[in-house]
Design a protein around this ligand. Structure first.
Ligand SMILES: [Zn+2]
Length: 149
């Protein structure tokens, strides 16, 4: 005999506060950005590629990377997408762009915000520079954004 069972659904929300460590490499990377407005990468001892953001292990040859190198605060836009709609978690009111940036002296790309009042002026290959936050909070957004130069 088939009997339908009435299912009750209770909606709720569970609060799960947590903290996690950024790790030694990201900690140093973020600290240098906030304290000294300097951007660092790490250089692979085998393939000599400079990784930004820094990683402990080279993704090309799996060598441990321990040589920190200061890189420029300027770079080239390799790609971007323009944000036109606002959500509560956005760092800025649109329009702005998320860009793939190859910083001077780096061999990997870095994703960050590009502010340009007229997004139609954004072009692949254009030069941008980091604008650092006046009151750093030890976050990646201590590079507040990149702007065209
Ligand atoms: Zn390598």
């Amino acid at each position: 005999m088939n009997q339908e069972i009435e299912k009750k659904v209770y909606r709720g929300r569970i609060k799960v506060p947590y903290k996690h460590t950024a790790g030694a490499y990201v900690e140093k990377f973020i600290t240098e950005i906030g304290k000294n407005n300097k951007i660092y990468g790490v250089k692979c001892p085998k393939c000599h590629k400079v990784n930004v953001p820094p990683k402990m292990i080279c993704i090309e040859c799996f060598e441990k990377m321990e040589e920190w190198v200061e890189i420029g605060n300027q770079g080239i836009v390799k790609g971007f997408t323009v944000i036109t709609h606002s959500t509560p978690v956005m760092p800025f009111e649109p329009p702005f762009a998320y860009g793939i940036i190859r910083l001077d002296g780096a061999d990997t790309d870095f994703v960050h915000i590009i502010k340009e009042s007229d997004p139609k002026k954004l072009k692949i290959g254009m030069k941008v520079k980091a604008v650092f936050k006046e009151n750093p909070r030890k976050r990646i957004l201590d590079i507040e954004y990149f702007e065209p130069i």
